[in-house]
Design a protein around this ligand. Structure first.
Ligand code: HEC
Ligand code: HEC
Length: 312
């Protein structure tokens, strides 16, 4: 009768059996508790904590997105408070012997997603010995820290640069993406664009993008999705050539919708007025001083002719 005497029940087999039984229990128990409602709840709870690893529950490892734009200057305070400089240096270049990562390298930083950096700093990474933040600070502060770290290699625009890009954004992007970046530009007033222009205020979407991806999408556009390509184009009215450095400025401008630095915050710059495609056509018409009534046949829509008639 005693199992141990039978050769079939080797320790391995017993362990294997136990594992499969436990696995079965894992599947059955929740169902049982659901059905019975008044089962042996204490046992279930105990089994749960024993068998289900932290990784499987994931509950404690979820990113909490910020209510407010992460702030670089606030992140700097956290960087100092948590002694990140001990290993990474005050400048982020890294103390030799402590870390091999250079946080000031733009090519490195452009490949990092903010969400991955948040998860790394908040919870750490398997196989890497690293201090984690969430025990000491809030998730908002961790986001601030992420954006401060990013700024070491890829700073947001200064207030002056930001103010200079704003009209260019207004003229070339806001018609679709909206003056405040909500993806609600006038061209999409009747929801004609499919998909809708990206909402730059959607933290979750943009924290899941590397700068390299944003650069690629602005430079080369997104085929079949209504996002035009800008690299090599010109905005003659604004005197802007969309070369690589300027595309990087646009990346930083887009980032400024969902993160902020002191200069931009203090300058408290208003949102751009939506423009170019509409402005350009108006200017063209003005220059030619064309007579709309003659250009357009009698069946021209009255709504279109009206505003031009009024300006006479
Ligand atoms: C005890 C030394 C030490 C301290 C303190 C430290 N780090 Fe690190 N950090 C490392 C090491 C080691 C790595 C892993 C990369 C490597 O192998 O050098 C790393 C990696 C990183 C990375 C890159 C992660 C990746 O996957 O590319 C970031 C970002 C970072 N640290 C930020 C911080 C911040 C912010 C703080 C302050 C909260 C901090 N570190 C504190 C040693 C440290
Ligand atoms: C004609 C409308 C239109 C204009 C003009 C336009 N976009 Fe877009 N853009 C879109 C649409 C639509 C998408 C969304 C594509 C998608 O969801 O896959 C998009 C996506 C993007 C993305 C990618 C988001 C991501 O998830 O990677 C970025 C960045 C972007 N636009 C920036 C700009 C900038 C900067 C300008 C001006 C220089 C601009 N766009 C002008 C329509 C436009």
């Amino acid at each position: 009768m005693t199992r141990s005497k039978k050769p079939v029940f080797t320790f391995e087999a017993f362990a294997g059996l136990t594992t499969s039984l436990l696995a079965l229990l894992l599947v059955v128990l929740p169902a049982v508790t659901l059905v019975s409602g008044c089962g042996n709840q204490v046992t279930v709870k105990g089994d749960d904590t024993q068998l289900v690893s932290k990784d499987v529950t994931k509950g404690g490892r979820e990113a909490i997105y910020p209510d407010d734009k992460p702030s670089e200057p606030d992140g700097k305070v956290v960087y100092e408070k948590l002694s990140c400089a001990e290993c990474h240096g005050t400048d982020g270049k890294g103390v030799s012997g402590k870390t091999s990562v250079d946080l000031t390298s733009a090519s490195y930083m452009h490949k990092q997603k903010p969400i991955d950096q948040y998860m790394f700093l908040a919870f750490g990474k398997d196989g890497v010995k690293h201090p984690t933040t969430l025990a000491d600070i809030s998730s908002q502060k961790t986001w601030n820290l992420v954006y401060y770290v990013r700024s070491l290699a890829a700073p947001l625009l200064s207030a002056k640069e930001y103010a200079a890009v704003t009209p260019v954004y207004g003229a070339n992007c806001a018609v679709c993406h909206g003056p405040k970046g909500y993806g609600d530009g006038p061209l999409n007033k009747y929801n004609v664009l499919e998909p809708n222009p990206a909402n730059f205020q959607n933290y979750k979407r943009f924290y899941d993008r590397t700068d390299d991806v944003l650069f690629d999408h602005i430079a080369n556009g997104i085929k079949w999705e209504g996002m035009p390509n800008f690299l090599g184009k010109e905005d003659k009215t604004k005197g802007i050539k969309f070369d690589e450095p300027y595309i990087w400025k646009l990346v930083a401008y887009v980032r400024a919708f969902h993160s902020t630095n002191k200069q931009i915050a203090e300058a408290n710059i208003g949102s751009p007025t939506v423009g170019a495609p509409i402005d350009n056509s108006k200017e063209g018409a003005k220059a030619e001083d064309a007579k709309p009534a003659e250009e357009k046949p009698a069946d021209a829509k009255p709504e279109e002719a009206k505003p031009q008639g009024e300006t006479k």
